[in-house]
Design a protein around this ligand. Structure first.
Ligand code: SF4
Ligand code: SF4
Length: 264
């Protein structure tokens, strides 16, 4: 029987999911997207009250009120979508992967005047030169700074035949000494902080660091715990942030490629 399966597999057409279908895809992540024209003050107050992580917040700019959505703190619980009366919906696309920390935050006028767009600050000039140096191949060392393993499950999925990360020249390596990029998950626990610092020091320059998941970006649901040193950038410098709890493989791929090749 196993030979029949192998034979059928070899005879069947090879299917490659194009990178365009994966890039920016956020389906299944449960991250919210804001329909700015449907926002009003009542809905804004309701979604802010429903958010368990303060990813949604209201602030005042003169006579206007703004709703901010910090993807770095969002755990995709969906509560804002439930009470948002159509003003918040599940995101199908999310460009905020592999961006700077400030790039994770979106801001909306609550009286329906739309999104207040901010210029995404340029990633450092160092990242520019690193991109040029890395060329086409990228070796990634994944570092678990204290995660629940949810993010790791999605990272493992990147190597399955559907996402097939290796076709982009991206390989996971066993040692930071062989790595160009560290993919760091979890809130960094106090027990792991020194290990994360030493892993960073052992990675040859030029190197890139990507903070993964709500925990890596902001501490997530563990933020403020006595056992946690903080988000990844409280321990080592970070070049790109990938939100989500956990981020989907498509979001991870987008974030890795964007950190490597472009700014948002
Ligand atoms: S989905 Fe994100 S923004 Fe919405 S309530 Fe949950 S944590 Fe807050
Ligand atoms: S971001 Fe979510 S899935 Fe990832 S380590 Fe934190 S709690 Fe787990």
């Amino acid at each position: 029987m196993i030979f029949d399966i192998g034979k059928r597999s070899l005879q069947s057409e090879s299917v490659l999911i194009p990178v365009e279908a994966l890039f920016g895809d956020a389906k299944g992540s449960r991250m919210p997207s804001v329909q700015a024209s449907r926002l009003n003050r009542t809905i804004a107050e309701r979604v802010v009250a429903a958010c368990p992580t303060s990813a949604l917040a209201l602030d005042r700019a003169g006579s206007r009120q703004h709703l901010t959505l910090d993807y770095g703190a969002c755990i995709g619980c969906g509560r804002c979508i439930e009470v948002g009366d159509g003003a918040l919906v599940a995101a199908e696309k999310l460009s905020r992967c592999g961006v700077s920390k400030s790039g994770l935050v979106r801001r909306f006028d609550v009286d329906g005047a739309g999104e207040i767009l901010a210029e995404e600050p340029a990633m450092t000039a160092a990242a520019e030169s690193i991109r040029a140096l890395l060329g086409r191949a990228l070796n990634v060392r994944q570092v678990d700074g204290g995660s629940c393993n949810g993010c790791e499950q999605e990272i493992v999925a990147l190597n399955n035949p559907y996402y097939d990360l290796e076709r982009f020249g991206i390989h996971f390596v066993a040692s930071p000494k062989h790595a160009d990029m560290l993919l760091v998950t979890g809130p960094v626990t106090r027990n792991m902080a020194e290990a994360v610092k030493q892993t960073y020091a052992a990675t040859p320059s030029p190197k890139l660091v990507v903070a993964v998941g709500a925990c890596g970006c902001s501490g997530g649901i563990f933020s403020g715990s006595y056992a946690v040193a903080g988000a990844v950038d409280s321990v080592i410098p970070v070049d790109g942030y990938i939100p989500g709890c956990p981020p989907t493989p498509a979001m991870l791929l987008t974030g890795i490629l964007k950190t490597l090749r472009q700014r948002s």
